[in-house]
Design a protein around this ligand. Structure first.
Ligand code: HEM
Ligand code: NAG
Length: 328
């Protein structure tokens, strides 16, 4: 009895302390329906815009998913990715890790629709998160309930991009530890790479597996097909030469990716490593066999990623234009 009340008492004090700490640091928690009072239609507007854009340019939905990864992995989910180079600060978009990213201009379309209805209210960071959620659903992926209340950074973190986003040919143990450091386990990492079930890879990230000799982990017939897509060992980085991640269902966020890599039809070295690494292979097999399981794990991991170290409360700001910090 005495121990119980002691536990209760100390839990209570701890709770009080953490509330006080939050108050003084100006930090608070992300929450469901953060905009319910300030902009009740915020989530609906984002969904409408994502849907409209998807019907005009299907690959916008693909971009929203990659945006979340590249924004949230670097420091925090704070829309730092979206900042343009200005005042001597170079944009994260300029990193070689951001190669091939596209459709940024349509983020402004979504932001404008929100500014029309609720000026200075909805952050660009929440647009990054919610557009990825809605993009995934448009592509036949799972629908995720996401918390909101993220604020936008006042700076970009170009120097952190290379240490936070793995390269296409990094080892699986490096990839796993990178995701581990933001709270995503092996199973979650395997599921997140399933995003490579949609979209494309430029030849510059493929040719080293084709020339001068074909990578032995590639299916030989598939390698011939890829050589057709990428006929030169020295692709011009400015040419739009690419292969689709998934020839079967290129615009569906499904488990075809795992079936493809199991038959040695992964495009990137990291994709193929999921099969050769004994830590990841059991999850690959399970995801290849069960699309529902893939979707569950993908949702769980994407939500964790979307909640990585957000700016909240009076940290950061709500950018008026997602490309630039507000003028003070
Ligand atoms: C080890 C981790 C990862 C590496 C090394 C990696 C690397 C890459 C590379 C090299 C490309 C092709 C870029 C190009 O040539 O155009 C790509 C595309 C893509 N990645 Fe990843 N990626 C990783 C994880 C993720 C994660 C976690 C997500 C999202 C949850 C993601 C989403 C995408 C999407 C959607 C595309 C297609 C983009 C488009 O078609 O516009 N990737 N990734
Ligand atoms: C990985 O690819 C980069 C180019 O993207 C290259 O500079 C580097 O040497 C490659 N590393 C390995 C281990 O192959």
């Amino acid at each position: 009895m005495a121990t119980h009340s002691f536990t209760f008492g100390s839990t209570f004090i701890l709770l009080l302390l953490s509330l006080l700490l939050q108050f003084y640091s100006g930090k608070s928690e992300l929450q469901l329906n953060y905009y319910s009072e300030s902009c009740p239609r915020a989530e609906e507007i984002i969904k409408e815009e994502v849907t409209k854009l998807y019907h005009e340019h299907g690959n916008t939905a693909v971009s929203w998913i990659r945006n979340l990864f590249h924004d949230c992995s670097v420091k925090s989910c704070d829309a730092s990715l979206l900042l343009e180079t200005a005042n001597g600060v170079v944009s994260e978009k300029g990193s070689s890790r951001s190669f091939g990213m596209r459709n940024f201009k349509y983020v402004n379309t979504i932001k404008k629709a929100l500014e029309n209805e609720c000026p200075n209210t909805v952050s660009c960071a929440d647009i990054v998160a919610l557009s990825a959620r809605d993009g995934a659903a448009m592509l036949g992926g799972p629908y995720m309930t996401m918390k909101t209340g993220r604020k936008d950074s006042k700076e970009s973190y170009l120097d952190d991009v290379e240490s936070s986003i793995p390269n296409h040919n990094d080892t699986m143990s490096f990839v796993l530890s990178t995701f581990q450091s933001i709270g995503i386990d092996t199973e979650g990492t395997v599921a997140l790479l399933g995003a490579h079930s949609v979209g494309r890879v430029h030849c510059i990230n493929i040719v080293h597996r084709l020339y001068p000799t074909v990578d032995l982990t590639l299916d030989p017939e598939y390698a011939e097909y890829l050589k057709g897509r990428c006929p030169s060992p020295y692709p011009n980085p400015n040419a739009v030469e690419y292969a689709r991640n998934d020839r079967e269902t290129p615009m569906v966020l499904d488990n075809m990716y795992y079936k493809n890599i199991m038959s040695h039809k992964g495009l990137l070295v990291v994709d193929q490593e999921l099969v050769s690494d004994p830590n990841t292979y059991p999850f690959v097999e399970k995801m290849a066999a069960d699309n529902g399981y893939f979707h569950d794990q993908f949702s769980r991991a994407l939500i964790t990623l979307s909640e990585n170290n957000p700016l909240t409360g009076d940290q950061g700001e709500i950018r008026k234009d997602c490309r630039f910090v507000n003028k003070s």
